[in-house]
Unconditional design. Structure first.
Length: 366
């Protein structure tokens, strides 16, 4: 019985770590955004790590895959089990912190392929922790599956394959796109709220300073606010989360007006996304002027989307000689649409027809 439970735990943990790692390795940039969220002020306030978020993300996801392979083949059991234990304790702490303090809505454990609530993520990690503790107590039952030479080869091959996959998706696009803006999806359809969908229940909370101390009052308590209390702020507290459409923050704003409906109805639209113009890839930015001319000649309307400031937009247009305008959209949305900075999306009346990394412009299918 002990051996059966140990071998089941070995297979379950190994496969889950490989799947989880590969999903995030498919989109390490997206996982790096999640890590940067953890490093930000509302959570752990460790801004020194934000510039290294992508490097840390790559290291962690490759480690997940490799440790999963090592466990399945029984390679260096003691090191493998100890490493898994340390990782799962770290992950369990992070997911509990996120759930208890409600600071990170999605841990990113399975990227965009599977969204888990904070408490679901914590529960998943607790289950994994139990199985890894079983492995820790029964390490002697985890035997190598192959001769030493083949074990070494499989170990090195897992590192090389994972590293190559990471290199590929960083220099092109995710192999599988799990986001709501994937090829074939309609942006308009993604923004619709179905009839009868659950609505959010929101409670207004008013903050007043009473005798120098900030206190919260509900709407029903406003008549009982002490005399001399000073209003500080008002916030909306979500009691019950309603239905949120997959695409809920897509705008194309310029000079105070939103032009998304106009552009999403265009029969041929080439959308250039660059969430951060000052830090966009210079070689990619240089190619966009000629790309725009080619697209216009083929009957496309060309627009840019960015979260950059107006002065940054003006500087980029002057530097690269662009003949198209940029429209504002929140950085998180632009990063969700596409990971490369810049990147190219071809739309037909709001439906995504093709997405191309700036290094693969020769693959555009006009």
């Amino acid at each position: 019985m002990k051996n059966s439970i140990t071998q089941f735990s070995r297979i379950f943990v190994g496969i889950l770590f490989i799947i989880s790692g590969l999903i995030k390795l498919n989109d390490p940039v997206g996982f790096s955004y999640k890590l940067a969220e953890y490093f930000s002020e509302p959570v752990f306030n460790l801004p020194i790590f934000v510039p290294f978020a992508l490097a840390i993300a790559l290291f962690l996801v490759i480690l997940e895959v490799v440790l999963g392979v090592m466990l399945l083949i029984g390679y260096k059991t003691k090191f493998t089990v100890w490493s898994l234990l340390i990782l799962i304790v770290l992950f369990t702490f992070l997911t509990f912190y996120s759930a208890y303090f409600n600071v990170v809505k999605d841990c990113g454990c399975f990227g965009d392929a599977l969204k888990l609530t904070p408490w679901e993520s914590f529960t998943k990690d607790v289950v994994l922790l139990v199985f890894i503790l079983i492995l820790y107590r029964n390490q002697k039952l985890i035997k190598p599956l192959f001769p030493a030479a083949l074990q070494n080869t499989l170990f090195l091959a897992s590192i090389a394959a994972s590293a190559f996959m990471g290199y590929w998706v960083l220099n092109h696009l995710p192999i599988i796109d799990f986001r709501p803006y994937k090829v074939g999806n309609s942006i308009q359809a993604g923004m619709k709220i179905p009839d009868g969908a659950a609505k959010s229940v929101v409670e207004m909370v008013f903050i007043y300073k009473v005798d120098g101390v900030a206190k919260e009052f509900k709407e029903a308590d406003l008549m009982a606010i002490p005399e001399g209390a000073v209003f500080v702020d008002r916030k909306d507290k979500v009691i019950t989360e309603g239905y949120v459409p997959p695409i809920h923050d897509f705008i194309m704003e310029k000079d105070g007006s939103d032009y998304k409906d106009e552009f999403l109805n265009a029969p041929k639209l080439l959308l250039i996304t660059a969430y951060d113009l000052p830090n966009a890839d210079a070689d990619g930015m240089k190619k966009l002027a000629n790309l725009s001319k080619t697209a216009i000649a083929k009957g496309y309307q060309v627009v840019g989307m960015t979260a950059s400031l107006p002065e940054d937009i003006a500087a980029a247009q002057k530097k690269y000689g662009y003949n198209f305008d940029f429209y504002f959209c929140d950085a998180i949305t632009v990063k969700t649409i596409e990971r490369a900075n810049p990147s190219i999306i071809l739309l037909e009346k709001g439906t995504v027809k093709q997405k191309v990394h700036h290094q693969d412009l020769d693959q555009i299918k006009w």
